[in-house]
Design a protein around this ligand. Structure first.
Ligand SMILES: *Cc1c(COP(=O)(O)O)cnc(C)c1O
Length: 481
């Protein structure tokens, strides 16, 4: 398996899975994709139906990472996807499935269900990929006798998923910046209660944008970056995307009886990482009818899939919503899909994403390319605060199930795309406890709290307060690496 950049660099070079594992963008600013998607023939798909999650993950990943010896990869997936890591289940019997499918009911002739992706250590779907990344990083670093210092900025989900994936891993340190006093008490406690010596929480006196600017400033200091072996684990990381492909297969098998059936998925979306994995599963041959992109009030992606216009938003047009992990101004993985949509033409991708930087976007409405969106199964919709409150209330009253705000956006949009006879699987991306305020507003009661999180906010916290100054952060890192 060879990897290329969506903008064309290195077309004549060889990049293996391991080569791109610890990197971010390709050197031309593009994103890595395999030269072609591996296909899963019918006999193989039939054989996969009964596999455990860990073994299914091995089968999917081995198609993309043929440079990792099979025995090593299998022990990595078995170590990652175990019932005791994904133990925050609401139904004990479902724990062994890692991503249990919860059937809600039949609406408009379609079986509607939730694929639970948030039973991991931080109660958000990002654990699904990040936990594998932690084990892959440790494996790769050990093999080459190297170390890595991960620098990131977070307003909640990504940072805690990264810390819980990297805690205690040999050769890895995490420096995570968050806006001091601006995360919820629950999210703050989740991150700051970690006592592992390789995890550093930096509470920045400023907002989330200040945190991101510091990460950018440090990353642009190439000498510092090289000297201190700085890396990132953001959503463009290829291994994260590919790890997410697995649960589309798992969800499909859980919702169907035979491989002649088709299903649709609805994906609460922000940076387009999750639904990009669904697109890849479909390109590999998974019988997917529709991929429904659900956005919140930050509807960059919904606008594109309805009109063909991709227009990134400025800071003043990016809303702080009650599904905050989908509050994005541009979708960092979207370029991967555009590459496929344009028939894998790197010169055109380069031009379009130059237009994004220079003119704030591009318009494919007039070109024949936009019509092809349908061939890829994509449709979309958007949800507002009132919609998500309604969806949380309705699902609780009708089915007795409590859902979080992001999943509620997905459910609202899924209902606009139901087709009789086609099961609709909504990806559940977080548990309600993380977004308690909106649960209280919708249901006038407290969110469900998994037993492992009782008393979380009372645990001792470990963090350092720093000014919003990249030089101070650099000195902090330098002292500890
Ligand atoms: C990150 C996140 C999303 C958005 O996923 P993308 O891969 O960025 O599209 C949705 N819901 C939750 C809870 C998240 O943490």
């Amino acid at each position: 398996m060879n990897y290329i950049s969506t903008r064309g660099a290195g077309l004549s070079e060889r990049h293996t899975f391991s080569d791109i594992l610890l990197g971010g963008l390709a050197r031309d600013g593009g994103l890595y994709l395999p030269t072609q998607y591996p296909r899963v023939p019918a006999e193989e798909l039939a054989r996969w139906r009964t596999l455990s999650y860990a073994d299914l993950a091995f089968e999917v990943l081995s198609k993309f990472s043929d440079d990792i010896p099979a025995d090593d990869l299998r022990s990595l997936t078995r170590k990652t996807y175990t019932a005791d890591v994904y133990s925050n289940v609401r139904d004990e019997e479902a724990a062994a499935q890692i991503t249990p499918l919860k059937t809600l009911g039949v609406e408009n002739g379609a079986a509607l269900s939730l694929l639970e992706l948030s039973n991991g250590p931080t109660l958000a779907f990002k654990d699904m990929a990040m936990q594998l990344l932690g084990n892959l990083f440790e494996y790769a670093l050990r093999k080459h006798g190297e170390t890595l210092n991960i620098l990131g900025a977070t307003s909640g989900d990504t940072g805690s998923a990264a810390e819980y994936a990297m805690r205690g891993k040999a050769g890895v340190r995490v420096f995570m910046l968050s806006p001091h006093g601006k995360m919820s008490a629950f999210q703050t406690a989740q991150m700051f209660s970690l006592q592992d010596p390789n995890i550093f929480n930096l509470a920045v006196e400023g907002n989330f944008d200040n945190c991101q600017d510091i990460v950018k400033a440090v990353s642009n200091d190439h000498a510092f970056k090289a000297a201190h072996k700085i890396g990132t684990v953001n959503s463009i990381n290829w291994a994260r995307v590919v790890a997410q492909v697995v649960y589309y297969f798992k969800g499909y098998f859980a919702a169907t009886k035979s491989n002649d059936e088709r299903v649709s998925f609805t994906v609460p979306s922000g940076n387009f990482g999750n639904v990009c994995a669904g697109h890849i599963a479909r390109m590999m041959g998974l019988p997917v009818e529709k991929l429904v992109v659900a956005t919140n009030e930050n509807d960059v992606l919904d606008e594109f899939f309805r009109t063909g216009v991709y227009r990134v938003r400025g800071a003043d047009e990016t809303y702080h919503t009650t599904s905050p992990s989908m509050d994005i101004s541009k979708a960092s993985n979207f370029e991967r899909f555009v590459f496929d949509l344009l028939g894998r033409d790197p010169a055109r991708v380069l031009q379009l994403f130059r237009d994004v930087e220079e003119k704030g976007g591009f318009d494919l409405a007039a070109s024949g390319d936009f019509a092809r969106v349908k061939e890829f199964g994509f449709v979309s919709g958007r949800s507002s605060h009132a919609d998500r409150v309604d969806a949380i209330r309705d699902v609780f009253e009708r089915y007795g199930t409590m859902i979080d705000t992001h999943t509620a956006d997905g459910l609202k949009v899924a209902r606009e795309h139901l087709q009789p006879g086609v099961p609709m699987i909504v990806l559940e991306t977080a548990q309600p406890i993380k977004f308690g305020e909106t649960i209280r507003e919708a249901l006038l009661r407290e969110p469900e709290r998994p037993p492992a999180f009782v008393g979380l906010e009372k645990l001792p916290q470990r963090f350092d307060i720093v000014p919003a100054d990249a030089n101070v952060v650099k000195a902090y890192i330098a002292e500890r690496t």
